[in-house]
Design a protein around this ligand. Sequence first.
Ligand SMILES: [Zn+2]
Length: 267
Amino acid sequence: MKSLFRFGPRGLVLAAVLLISNYAFSWGLTGHRVIGEIAQQHLSGKARKEIKKLFGKESLAWWSNWPDFIKSDSTWNHASRWHYVDLPGHTSKDSFIDQLKKLPGKNLYTQIQDLTAQLKNKDFPLQQRQEALRFLVHLVGDLHQPLHVGRDEDQGGNKIIVYWFDKKTNLHTLWDSMLIDFQQYSYSEYARLLNNTAGKEQIKQWQAGSLEDWFYESHVMSDSIYDATPNEAKLSYRYNYQFQHVLDEQLLKGGLRLAALLNETFK
Ligand SMILES: [Zn+2]
């Protein structure tokens, strides 16, 4: 969805039209809910208690798409850049991290850190901390959508046309929602299924590492997606077969790491 918000008012009109035509954005509804639901299952007692003070009875999955919904509210225009970063493809890790840290303005990387700090600070007003938590749930999800950590020249795959079972779309949207919707699970079915596949050791390993490690991993994943998906590619069953495990792993990692981040924040 990001490209639409780079064109000011004209982009917003286009966005509205696309929304009416059932356009989905950033991981889509299901992807963000899957990540929220998996995280919910891995919260510490302390984190669960603190989150309850902010969300009441509503779950992480419940709030996970709010930062996309508010894109239609112009008072939140400044937040549209928080959902992604763009960096050159096939970069070494050191160079990637160096460039990530130097990106101008607020973005996915700066905001995950800012919002975590806001959540930690109990002197901040309740509403601000509630909004910080809603964003954090969503943005840790976006971080695990490889094309939200993609390249600038094609706007995270938005400019790469692909055909998904003959339906014309773009690479970004394919990864936001179409590939997920193709699996035909509800978000709770999908979350349960993925949750059951991870062993204790694997969970520990995925939850380890720094924020920069997670960004680089997602970016490397985007390299392999770009390499396998040229412009005008006609994709169907084989592509799903090739990438389904990547999709599943990104959703599961997103949920586990969101839990790790929240457990650390509310320690
Ligand atoms: Zn998003």
